[in-house]
Design a binder for this molecule. Structure first.
Ligand SMILES: Cc1cc2nc3c(=O)[nH]c(=O)nc-3n(C[C@H](O)[C@H](O)[C@H](O)COP(=O)(O)OP(=O)(O)OC[C@H]3O[C@@H](n4cnc5c(N)ncnc54)[C@H](O)[C@@H]3O)c2cc1C
Length: 587
């Protein structure tokens, strides 16, 4: 163990380490940091493990914060998984809350710590950084107004709950609902919207991108937009918030900080009793940068496969570090709890001299509940694949989450991308049931390097209440096989203009479905009548190709096969009218 040669020191003698024990110092006492501390203790009973956390809480459930705001997690204490006392008792950890690390001297292996007005230095043998991320502060004037909140910490949720209670208490019968503006429709923004709506607030959601949950492919996002609208959320897409100003007249009669007006880039103004800003995070890497550790171009800390930074005595994990994106190979931070926890465990293994499992590239598998819908994603989305110049085929399916003949079957909307050689590159899903299971299977499949053929052959648990003999995951494999070997050439909703201008559009839905809305100039032949009416197709198509569609892509697949077998140049619309309408909402 290093000697305690404190420089600016006022070290508490009680905290002097045993001379022969290794001292592991951990900066950040939540996901990655606490995971590392617990694993290090399990591996080394004699190490001195000091966890330094600038906040008042360690090991709290940050992912649970939105559900405490909504009231679903009723007891605040349920968010606090451990205290310094419980960690001392169970793991013999020296956890110091309210202790902020302000500097690292990597040459003399010491950190400088501020605890209140007291500053001291602490030598380390191994230093692990898990400082997390900091919320991006967008260029909006007035963000310092007390009505403006973020949702990242326990004090944040305390403040929000207090404000919501205050607003609800001040409301008298007949008053309009208190109003909230949520800026940013990412994962946490959507969870905040759901929570505030559950508490009875009228919520406006402002998002700069042209669809909610920007990591989701554009053709799935409208399903979430509709769900938000159905729950009374006022969605403003493609605009930014520009200013928050004190409102002359409160929206509801409140005590405490008054209501504000949020001005949007399109000139609209929204009156709000509270505002939540959640427009993403950036790695908290300032401490590492000041210490001279290497950072990547994204500003995140560079680490190797066992979480070593550029200094041999310093490891780093979590939202602050760069990982390799599994599909594109890009180095970037991926701020998710799963990777942070696994990295913490790996770093502890490395610090304790154990064999480490080499860090796997990160898929960015993520999931969110939006009222009755679940949206989830894994691997690379289409925009990422396009940006990275990775050739891919996209398939869309809308099967039931379980056998259609068993009550309660719900559609699962799945989109998946495959490389020309069949490798699964990414998948996304939205639906009321069964999305989590499919995305987890598909995440596992990507990790295992599976192809369309492998998905087609996956043997998954089946009984009518749970799935189908051909599970949606198998169906993705079947469809991708058909596309990749040209059994079923397809066209995409994004090709609509070209399809209408240069091909015959053949709509094989029923007459009733056709009557409810169709593409102009489309020929309607219900798929069961196609074989008998092929002459009509010939007469209208002439030398043109035929772009077939139905509602979801199944009947049009059958029709496309009939046409191809009869020598026509036919292709099927991936995802059918459902996907077409999502991409072209004005149809
Ligand atoms: C509201 C919310 C909901 C989320 N929901 C999900 C979810 O559903 N699924 C998911 O995968 N991820 C979710 N996340 C993200 C997930 O929580 C993070 O990816 C994860 O916590 C990162 O772990 P970390 O150890 O890197 O950072 P954190 O867990 O944030 O811990 C970092 C800690 O370091 C402390 N610290 C920073 N600098 C210093 C310093 N200089 N000295 C001392 N202490 C310092 C900070 O105070 C902080 O407590 C959510 C995050 C939030 C905020």
């Amino acid at each position: 163990m290093s000697n305690d040669t404190e420089s600016s020191t006022t070290v508490d003698p009680a905290r002097d380490p045993a001379q022969d024990a290794t001292r592991i110092v951990i900066v950040g006492g939540v996901a990655g940091g606490m995971s590392a501390a617990a694993r290090a203790r399990r591996l080394d009973e004699h190490a001195e493990i000091v966890v330094l956390e600038q906040g008042d809480y360690v090991s709290f459930a940050n992912c649970g914060l939105p559900y405490h705001l909504s009231g679903e997690i009723a007891a605040r204490d349920d968010l606090l998984l451990h205290t310094p006392e419980s960690l001392a008792a169970s793991l013999n950890l020296d956890v110091r809350t309210g202790h902020r690390v302000t500097g690292i001297d990597k040459h003399s292996r010491k950190v400088t710590i501020m605890a209140g007005d007291h500053t001291y230095a602490l030598p380390y043998d191994a230093l692990l950084l898990s400082p997390g991320a900091v919320g991006v502060r967008p260029p909006i004037t007035g963000l310092d107004h007390p009505a403006v909140h973020t949702l990242r910490t326990v004090p944040d949720v305390d403040g929000l709950r207090e404000r919501v209670e205050e607003l609800l208490a001040a409301r008298t019968p007949g008053d309009p609902a208190p109003s909230a503006v949520v800026i940013g429709a990412g994962f946490i923004g959507l969870e905040a919207v759901e929570a505030l709506t559950a508490r009875g607030l009228q919520v406006h959601l402002v998002e700069l991108a042209d669809h909610v949950l920007p990591p989701l492919d554009a053709e799935l996002a409208p399903l979430l937009a509709r769900e938000l609208a159905d729950h009374g959320v006022d969605l403003r897409l493609g605009v930014s918030a520009q200013a928050v100003t004190e409102a002359g007249t409160p929206v509801t009669l409140t005590t405490g900080p008054g209501a504000v007006t949020v001005t949007l880039s399109d000139g609209a103004t929204l009156a709000a009793d509270l505002v939540i800003v959640n427009v993403g995070v950036r790695p908290a890497s300032a401490l590492a940068a000041e210490a001279g550790l290497d950072l990547g171009p994204t500003g995140a800390i560079t680490v190797d496969g066992d979480q070593h930074t550029s200094d041999p005595h310093i490891w780093a994990v979590g939202d602050a570090v760069e990982v390799t994106q599994a599909i594109t190979g890009a180095r970037m931070p991926v701020p998710l709890a799963g990777p942070a926890n696994r990295q913490g465990r790996r770093a502890a293994d490395s610090i304790c001299g154990r064999r480490t499992t080499p860090q796997a590239a990160v898929l960015g598998t993520a999931i969110v509940r939006v009222f009755g819908l679940t949206a989830a994603t894994t691997g690379a989305n289409q925009a990422t694949l396009r940006r990275a110049g990775i050739e891919h085929e996209v398939v869309h399916i809308h099967p039931g989450d379980h056998a259609g003949y068993f009550p309660g079957s719900e559609q699962v909307h799945l989109v998946a991308s495959f490389s020309p050689d069949g490798a699964l590159l990414g998948a996304q899903g939205v639906g009321r049931a069964g999305v989590d299971k499919r995305i987890d299977i598909l995440a596992t499949a990507i990790r295992a390097g599976m192809t369309a053929d492998d998905l087609a052959e996956l043997e998954l648990a089946y009984s009518p209440p749970y799935g189908s003999a051909k599970d949606p995951v198998n169906m993705l494999g079947f469809v991708a096989q058909n596309v990749l070997d040209n059994t079923m050439p397809q066209w995409q909703a994004q090709d609509l203009d070209e399809a209408m201008a240069t091909t015959l559009v053949l709509d094989v839905r029923s007459r009733e479905e056709f009557a409810q809305g169709h593409l102009s100039g489309a020929l309607n032949i219900p798929h069961l009548e196609l074989r008998a009416r092929l002459h009509e197709v010939s007469a209208l198509a002439g030398r043109r190709a035929i772009s077939v569609h139905c509602a979801s892509g199944v009947r049009s697949y059958l029709a496309t096969r009939v046409l191809l077998s009869e020598g026509y140049d036919a292709r099927n619309l991936s995802g059918g009218w459902l996907t077409l309408q999502a991409v072209h909402p004005n149809l």
